[in-house]
Design a protein. Structure first.
Length: 359
């Protein structure tokens, strides 16, 4: 009768104990961050709560963020914990929200203002682009504007006026920083860094991510603004994206691996300042570039990525870069039409395959 794996050897001697891990392995295990699975909205709320506990100058303001807890639940419970002075419901006026937040920042506070949909940033752009972004320069560095504007972008059934991805509007403005967290760890870590930054920071969260879940470090962590991350290594094509589409890039890379195409995925995470060096370093290895975003292709931030790459790594390209973006049209409400207009995984796999052809 065959022995079970756990049976002792026939001689009666006990099997030798496996070797104890060496000091390097133990140190590595000790230093590895412990992770827990959380919803994206909870990661945002965790960052806000931690920073409000850390610094009494931090306060929140925006439409329905107090009593209601935010339209996506990202501020739920914070008004009860910190009071209405630090979690302020505002009128439905994006211009007033941004203007009051900029003034509060100039007065020494650290406001985190929410513009519910990035489609309405246009109403607030005077306070953001002409004041918050300019006053440090115009004062010769005497003034600081530690202001965070949180807003949501992207489609998924919200129709033409509430589904756009308008990151290029703010990424085009000197004096601002723009971050686009695409997972739970970055949603917490980048938001915390934004709140501590002495400059105005626009944090763009994709509305389709709020109820998704992912790993987040159990301990407090900060993610550096302006640093991209290689989320999957590969040798054939560099695939660059940010926000929710960065996750779709990983799914596309997994599918393409079945066809023998090894895709390296680079999540920019920050658009201003952007880590173009990370893109250049990856393309030096792969020789091919696909850059993807949910904004329309025309004049999207992907064009800037391509321009930077061709200026600084032209000799490493084996073929012309490929851009992926949404169609140049208003985003429809009907789900099949929205799927047709908005860039997704199928567009990514098609672009990568096209990039591999004839080379």
């Amino acid at each position: 009768m065959p022995k079970k794996a756990e049976d002792p050897p026939a001689s009666g001697k006990q099997a030798p104990e496996p070797p104890a891990p060496g000091p390097d392995a133990a140190a590595k295990e000790e230093s590895a961050p412990r992770l827990r699975e959380v919803a994206y909205a909870l990661a945002v709320r965790t960052a806000l709560r931690e920073e409000m506990l850390r610094d009494e100058r931090v306060f929140l303001m925006g439409e329905d963020i107090g009593v209601y807890g935010g339209v996506y639940g990202a501020t739920r419970g914070l008004r009860h914990e910190f009071g209405e002075e630090r979690v302020r419901d505002t009128p439905i006026s994006e211009a007033a929200i941004a203007g009051m937040a900029a003034g509060a920042a100039l007065g020494g506070l650290r406001p985190v203002a929410e513009i519910m949909y990035c489609d309405f940033l246009s109403i607030a752009l005077d306070a953001i682009a002409n004041n918050a972004a300019k006053l440090r320069y115009m004062s010769g560095g005497q003034l600081q504007i530690p202001l965070v504007i949180r807003t949501s972008a992207g489609g998924r059934g919200y129709a033409a006026q509430h589904s756009q991805s308008l990151e290029m509007w703010v990424a085009h403005t000197p004096g601002l920083k723009v971050v686009t967290p695409g997972n739970c760890a970055d949603a917490r870590g980048l938001l915390k860094s934004a709140i501590r930054d002495p400059n105005p920071v626009i944090v763009i969260e994709h509305k389709a991510l709020y109820q998704t879940s992912g790993p987040m470090p159990a301990q407090e962590t900060l993610e550096a603004i302006g640093v991209a991350k290689v989320t999957r290594e590969g040798k054939d094509v560099t695939l660059v994206s940010w926000s929710a589409l960065a996750g779709a890039c990983l799914e596309a890379a997994e599918e393409l691996a079945g066809d023998g195409i090894e895709v390296e995925v680079v999540d920019l995470r920050t658009l201003l300042p952007a880590d173009f060096d990370a893109v250049v370093e990856s393309v030096r290895k792969t020789g091919r570039l696909v850059v993807a975003h949910e904004a329309v292709t025309y004049c999207g931030f992907g064009a800037e990525v391509v321009a930077q790459l061709t200026e600084h790594a032209w000799e490493h390209l084996r073929r012309a870069p490929v851009r992926v973006g949404s169609r140049f049209a208003p985003i429809p409400f009907a789900e099949p039409l929205e799927d047709y207009v908005v860039a997704g995984k199928q567009d990514l796999t098609g672009a990568v395959r096209a990039c591999m052809e004839g080379v």
